[in-house]
Design a protein around this ligand. Structure first.
Ligand SMILES: NC(=O)C1=CN([C@@H]2O[C@H](COP(=O)(O)OP(=O)(O)OC[C@H]3O[C@@H](n4cnc5c(N)ncnc54)[C@H](O)[C@@H]3O)[C@@H](O)[C@H]2O)C=CC1
Ligand SMILES: O=C(O)[C@H]1O[C@H](OP(=O)(O)OP(=O)(O)OC[C@H]2O[C@@H](n3ccc(=O)[nH]c3=O)[C@H](O)[C@@H]2O)[C@H](O)[C@@H](O)[C@@H]1O
Length: 441
């Protein structure tokens, strides 16, 4: 295998994972960021994000000398054969991707890139960004390649090292070949395309996943009205090999740092070329509705009015296995409940203390039991497996009300019923006692 000198700009979920994994594959990697505190920690083998296996790879990279951390893109570029750009591309005010940071990095790199180096956009960027990056660089000797990343938070290292596919978009065969060679040891299928196709593949994939979930959540709502059970229905669908089992779990709506922003960005890109894309629009609207349905359900569980009512929240992150709160449906739902006057006690095993950006409308508690204490209803919002093993008899004693709203269908109905609790799931009819209460209300 050829060993390359690699620069990675951005030490976040994608950049740090890319840097640490490429170092573990034998490349010499310099990873740049602008956050001094983060760089200082990383240089001592401390990772700030919760990703299984990442810390070990960083420590190993530092020990073997294959991984270094530096301040700023320019400092990383010296001597690089390939420069990966992994900086944020957040949602701009109009829904389109905001490329300001990417453009800043490209400007910093322009005059310092070694001759013949390849710049790789790994950030999620709209169609045309590879071409625009090449224009901004203004370097005939430097090729730009689009190489979108498909890792998931919570399994970033595992996904990076075992990808379903590697997409390499470039008009320059030598540049595409160099990027493919970097990944050679992974033995993954490599799809070579033009840059526009590579860029749209990333948005199409995330938007398809989001649309699939909105579809499932809509079917779950039908199940509630029709006496069916979504967990049977999704299995019955998933056994069809054309459909498959994955990404069919109903929930409180999809969230995270990417699905919401990428669906909106694709919609804006479509509008810009005069396409309406109604199915994607419907997926986004359905997701907002899904969160509203949870709020409706909580309101119903506490007897119609949330003002002054204490509600316990189990889980705040956008999914289990991550400490990331960005665009978490749990926080959107919490905000709505707080706006109606509910007092919120929250617990999340991934969030031991308040973090910047977290709403101050939730009192963060030390345990699930503290979050349940005196609550009129308990809402499970993130599917942390440990919630299943809580002492539900004890929770029943601590709660002021009887209802547990399980937005992930995680808990064992038998255990909850034995504890005397009404277990309200997504995509199953409401518990009998609640349905009765409601009909006489
Ligand atoms: N988080 C995820 O699971 C995935 C994210 N993506 C895409 O990858 C890109 C990066 O996302 P994340 O890694 O989640 O972001 P992040 O927010 O976790 O990390 C970004 C890093 O870039 C650094 N940074 C900001 N400006 C910089 C500059 N001028 N020079 C050097 N470093 C700078 C920040 O300090 C931060 O450490 C986005 O386009 C995202 O859509 C793609 C696949 C998966
Ligand atoms: O571009 C990105 O950032 C990444 O976005 C997602 O990864 P991630 O955001 O880590 O989260 P997912 O595991 O996809 O979950 C997204 C949301 O869908 C929800 N979900 C997922 C699966 C499911 O069956 N049901 C369900 O409600 C999750 O709870 C979560 O809120 C994609 O899965 C990755 O391939 C992609 O690289």
């Amino acid at each position: 295998m050829v060993e390359f000198n690699v620069a990675v700009v951005g030490a976040g979920y994608v950049g740090l994972t890319t840097a640490a994994c490429l170092a573990s594959l034998g490349h010499r990697v310099v990873c740049a960021d602008v956050n001094l505190a983060k760089l200082d920690g990383l240089s001592h083998g401390e990772t700030t994000i919760r990703e299984p296996g990442l810390r070990e790879l960083v420590v190993n990279g530092l020990e073997t000398g294959r991984l270094r951390f530096v301040l700023g893109a320019a400092a990383a570029a010296s001597g690089a054969d390939v420069v990966f750009v992994c900086v944020p591309t957040p949602m701009g005010r109009d829904g389109a991707a905001d490329l300001t940071t990417l453009e800043t990095v490209v400007a910093e790199l322009r005059d310092v890139l070694p001759p013949g180096c390849v710049v790789v956009n790994k950030s999620t960027v709209p169609v045309g960004t590879a071409v625009r990056t090449a224009e901004l660089l203004g370097r005939a000797d430097v090729a730009v390649v689009s190489n979108p990343e498909f890792l998931r938070e919570g399994s970033a290292v595992e996904d990076f090292l075992n990808p379903d596919r590697i997409v390499i978009g470039s008009e320059v065969p030598e540049a595409a070949g160099r990027v493919a060679a970097l990944y050679e040891l992974l033995g993954a299928p490599v799809l070579r395309t033009g840059p526009a196709s590579a860029e749209i593949i990333k948005y199409a994939s995330n938007s398809y996943l989001a649309t699939r979930l909105s579809f499932v959540n809509a079917i779950a709502e039908l199940c509630e009205h029709m006496g069916a059970d979504i967990d049977d229905v999704r299995k019955g669908m998933g056994f069809d090999r054309r459909i498959g089992m994955s990404f069919l779990r109903p929930g409180p709506g999809w969230g995270g740092s990417c699905l919401p922003k990428d669906t909106r960005a694709l919609l804006r890109s479509a509008e810009a070329v005069g396409c309406e894309f109604p199915i994607l629009h419907a997926a986004i609207v359905t997701n907002v509705r899904q969160q509203e349905l949870v709020v409706d359900r909580v309101r119903q569980a506490v007897g119609g009015r949330l003002a002054g009512v204490r509600v316990g929240l189990l889980g705040l992150t956008f999914k289990a296995g991550t400490d990331d709160l960005r665009d978490s449906p749990a926080l959107v739902i919490a905000e709505r409940l707080a706006t109606e006057g509910a007092e919120l006690l929250g617990y999340d095993p991934g969030v031991p203390s308040p973090v910047p950006g977290m709403t101050d409308r939730i009192r963060l508690m030390e345990t699930a039991y503290h979050a349940a204490s005196g609550a009129a209803a308990l809402i499970l919002l993130t599917e942390w497996p440990e919630f299943r093993d809580l002492d539900w008899e004890r929770i029943a004693d601590l709660l002021a009300g009887r209802t547990v709203v399980d937005t992930r269908n995680l808990l064992d109905p038998f255990v909850l019923n034995k504890a005397g609790l009404a277990h309200w799931c997504v995509g199953r009819p409401a518990p009998q006692d609640l349905a009765k209460d409601h009909s006489t209300a």
